[in-house]
Design a protein around this ligand. Structure first.
Ligand code: THG
Length: 265
């Protein structure tokens, strides 16, 4: 599993204050904490207004990479902020995100191509949020073809089928899981990612829903996720799922995690 640590997100007030105050110690600490528990990428989402997001993103990417030896998942809906993050990034970034919308497909694909970045593409087009699994698979195929046409191969493309809350629409859990299975079958070798917290929005006991959903999605073919890696129960679910699916030879990693006290509180 490829883990993207989500703690550096300006929608959190503490993070937003640190960005505005240019508190590099706080951002560095959040980056190191996540890298130390096994995050492969550190997400950087400034979440600030259009008047300052470009500068904030460049500062965030530099501050994270000065502190932690990890690539950054440069997270913004704005092409300008994505570009600013890529320009200061060392090594191969993960760009978050393109969509199949007219305004966001080609510009973001071109950015990824120009910088040799990996890319997250959301299954979203100009007809609005997809409802069914089949809608998401159809958009994923178009995104994969458009990326391939630009020389971006499946090994560098992460499809995000957009998990939406079961508290808002009851059948969104199953629609997402069907999308993961359909994409895994139609596009072998592609990566499938999602943000884990969306599924439980407006529901009680969110962590229980998030970790149950993670286990189900891994079984269908999810191979990357965006979440807080300091949540030990989620990291434990990944470890257990890999062992249960025969992806942990002799269950060695599972046993090692158990001995280190990382599986149960
Ligand atoms: N897919 C992709 N990228 C994404 C998302 C996705 N990036 C943003 C988001 N979703 C994932 N990142 C976060 C970061 C923080 C929180 C949720 C998702 C979060 N924060 C705390 C909370 O609400 O409890 C703190 C917020 C606060 O303090 O106000 O939940 O789906 N490709």
């Amino acid at each position: 599993m490829i883990i993207v640590g989500e703690r550096i997100n300006g929608t959190s007030h503490r993070v937003r204050d640190a960005i505005v105050a240019r508190d590099s110690d706080f951002i560095a600490e959040q980056a190191v904490l996540q890298a130390d528990v096994g995050a492969h990428y550190i997400d950087a989402n400034a979440g600030t207004g259009p008047d300052r997001e470009v500068e904030d993103m460049a500062w965030l990417v530099e501050t994270i990479q000065d502190a932690a030896d990890r690539p950054v998942c440069v997270d913004s809906a704005s092409a300008g902020a994505l570009k600013a993050g890529l320009e200061v990034h060392q090594g191969q970034a993960l760009l978050n995100s393109a969509t199949a919308e007219e305004s966001r497909q080609q510009p973001v694909l071109e950015l990824a191509q120009a910088h040799g970045a990996r890319l997250i593409a959301l299954t979203l087009d100009d007809s609005g949020l997809p409802k069914t699994g089949a809608d998401r698979v159809a958009i994923a195929k178009r995104l994969s073809q458009a990326a391939e046409d630009m020389g971006i191969g499946r090994q560098d493309l992460f499809i995000d089928p957009l998990a939406r809350s079961i508290g808002v629409e009851n059948d969104q859990g199953i629609a997402f899981l069907e999308a993961v299975a359909g994409i895994r079958e139609a596009l072998p070798g592609i990566h499938i990612i999602c943000g884990l917290s969306n599924i439980s929005y407006q529901m009680p006991s969110r962590k229980l829903l998030n970790r149950t959903f993670l286990a189900m999605a891994i079984a269908k073919g999810l191979d990357a996720a965006i979440f807080d890696p300091l949540d030990q129960s989620l990291m434990a679910v990944i470890c257990a799922a890999q062992a249960l699916l025969g992806r942990d030879e002799m269950c060695m990693e599972y046993i090692r995690a158990h001995r280190a006290g990382r599986l149960e509180q």
